[in-house]
Write a protein that binds this ligand. Structure first.
Ligand code: 5AD
Ligand code: SF4
Length: 439
């Protein structure tokens, strides 16, 4: 979502004659678009600011200005602290107010001290954003939903991104069509809680995510649809049916469970238990047997016992994930879990994380190996490091390298997977595939 927000900031700043640059050195403006989900991310902001300060000073020495800004959820949660600890920062604004950037830039250039804007405004930023201009790599992100009302006890998102909000259907369709016209072949629908989507539509009823996906699938030129991130307790029948019926919907789903222990899930205030998650996976696999699952796991949540942890390991073995993210629990000030006792020792967290990662890595490696010899459609997104090489994504988000003519860039080509490496697959073009002849 931060990538989407950064792209929109770029669109907003284009009329003010700002354009993207590869390096902060010499830039007229640097925006750190931040994440606050775990502690390290917030600390990184302060070390990045320290690194940027000399660049700003050396521009100032030449009589030029560098506007330094902190955006995103760290700005939302710690705006005052940023200005106090790094008073050389010119603008601090949260994820809901970046549509006011032109105004903030005007204030910052008039030098009226640091500009702080961490409101939760009544107007929606989406009403003020310019038309989407940027589409990278033929795979675009589109925010359809923001915020979260679930209040998992470990999580800052409900505090930094605010309550759940769904964009109206028409607005999303206009943006999706424009993305397709600008060259997007794949769109990932985004939301902190994307399957809580219930957008206003013409007609008496609101649309859920499944209905929205069906409509987006009608857009010419779009060959792939994904969505992220889903909350298990809110996957409904309509969404499952979309996995059955919509060919463009990729057979890959990121469905965070966090823990395999009901005791821990309840302390986390997740509104599902392990067996409900298992049932959900079964229902998804019944309609889409080839679906690949990914998840998020937290180890060392307060009170997590060895047995709780073993239940997480057992669930992973049983379900099998093709990819996953795993984290040590990181206490976030102001969230209920930060005050829960007992907190788990750091060395126990370290050991559990290592065990969990080993298991998840093994499952990922096994899945990748299993792909060898198979043919699959790959969206060729960018140039590889070697001459004549293109890099793309499989339906399962695996990176795939292939020797292929440059004019296949931006197409979905059928590739035969030859080998599996630590972070990618290598493949060859299936030359008699009709997609290639028409490309
Ligand atoms: N500590 C560790 N991991 C966290 N996540 C969210 N908050 C925390 C925290 N306080 C993880 C969850 C979530 C992912 C985006 O980040 O697993 O799904
Ligand atoms: Fe955070 Fe996701 Fe829980 Fe919402 S559902 S509080 S975003 S972990």
């Amino acid at each position: 979502m931060n990538v989407y927000d950064s792209d929109r900031m770029t669109d907003l700043l284009a009329p003010l004659c700002y354009a993207i640059t590869d390096t902060a050195d010499g830039a007229d403006m640097v925006i750190l678009n931040t994440c606050h989900i775990r502690e390290k991310a917030a600390e990184k902001v302060f070390s990045e600011l320290g690194r940027l300060r000399p660049l700003k000073d050396s521009k100032a020495a030449k009589g030029e200005a560098m506007i330094l800004a902190v955006a995103g959820c760290v700005a939302q949660a710690a705006g005052e602290e940023i200005i106090a600890r790094a008073p050389y920062v010119d603008m601090v604004f949260g994820p809901q107010t970046y549509h006011r950037l032109p105004e903030m830039v005007a204030q910052a250039t008039r030098k009226v001290g640091s500009v702080l804007d961490t409101d939760f405004p009544t107007e929606s930023k989406f009403d003020y954003l310019p038309k989407t201009a940027r589409v990278e790599n033929n795979a675009a992100f589109l925010t359809v939903q923001e915020g979260c009302d679930k209040f998992c006890t470990f999580c800052v998102v409900p505090y930094t991104r605010g309550s759940e909000f769904s964009r109206p259907v028409d607005e999303i369709l206009v943006e999706a069509r424009r993305m397709a016209e600008n060259g997007a072949r794949e769109i990932t629908l985004l939301g902190q809680n994307v399957n809580a989507y219930h957008g206003e539509a013409t007609g008496p009823k609101e649309w859920g995510l499944g209905r929205l996906i069906r409509e987006i699938a009608e857009i010419d030129g779009l060959s792939r649809i994904r969505y992220s991130t889903s909350y298990p307790a809110e996957v409904d029948d309509e969404l499952i049916a979309a996995h059955r019926d919509v060919e463009q919907l990729m057979p890959f789903l990121h469905l965070p469970i966090q823990s395999g222990s009901d005791r821990v899930l309840s302390a986390m205030n997740r509104r599902h238990n392990a067996s409900q998650y298992r049932d959900l996976v079964e229902r998804l696999r019944a309609v889409r047997p080839d679906i690949g699952l990914s998840s998020d796991f937290i180890v060392g949540f307060p009170g997590e016992s060895e047995e709780d942890f073993e239940q997480t390991m057992a669930l992973i073995r049983e379900i099998g994930f093709i990819q996953a993210f795993s984290f040590k629990y990181s206490p976030r000030p102001g969230t209920p879990a930060a005050m829960m006792q007992p907190q788990v020792d750091e060395d126990i967290k370290t050991r559990r994380l290592a065990e969990l990662k080993t298991l998840l890595d093994d499952q990922q490696t096994a899945f990748n190996l299993d792909c060898v010899g198979k043919t699959m459609p790959v969206l060729l997104e960018k140039m590889g490091r070697h001459e004549g090489q293109l890099v793309g994504r499989s339906p399962y988000m695996q990176l795939v390298h292939v020797e292929a003519p440059h004019d296949l860039m931006g197409t979905v080509a059928m590739l035969k997977i030859d080998s599996s490496h630590s972070n990618s697959l290598a493949a060859t073009l299936v030359l008699d595939d009709p997609l290639i002849r028409t490309a």
